[in-house]
Ligand binder design. Structure first.
Ligand code: CU
Length: 147
């Protein structure tokens, strides 16, 4: 038991030493004039990172979608007009939506560890309207721009 705990501590501390916090704004209009958008739509992250969604403009939220995140990854659901954090624990793709505006295309795709293996599951999840089209385009973009 003691060995297990110290191993967990070591893993935990090595992750936190490298972990980053990535901030994404929820916007009614961005500098380019696009309406109802996250400030970053294709987000590359690593296990241990925190993605923090900020309520820069009003009437938005950020949340995951059932089936559109890696196995073992805890889902999240922010309230409207509130910041929310998503702690990344698994590699793979996560689709993020703003519930009021996903049909207008207010979505983002998080790519963790450059792992695209759950792309089909994400495409099969219940995404709607322009949000679904944009997630598909973001997956294609992630495939085309693999680091
Ligand atoms: Cu929104």
């Amino acid at each position: 038991m003691y060995k297990l705990l110290s191993a967990m501590f070591l893993i935990g501390s090595s992750v936190s030493a490298l972990a980053e916090t990535i901030e994404i704004e929820m916007l009614t209009k961005n500098d380019a004039g696009d309406r109802m958008v996250f400030s970053e739509e294709l987000v590359r992250a690593e296990v241990g990172d925190v993605i923090r969604f900020l309520p820069t403009d009003r009437s938005h939220n950020a949340q995951s979608v059932k089936g559109a995140l890696p196995d073992g990854q805890k889902s999240f659901r922010g309230k409207q007009n509130k910041a929310v954090e998503y702690l990344v624990t698994e590699t793979g793709l996560t689709a993020v939506i703003c519930a009021p505006h996903q049909t207008m295309g207010m979505v983002a795709l998080i790519v963790v560890g450059n792992d695209l293996s759950n792309a089909q599951q994400v495409l099969d999840a219940r995404l709607r309207g322009k949000g679904k089209d944009k997630i598909k385009a973001l997956i294609e973009q992630a495939q085309a721009t693999q680091p």
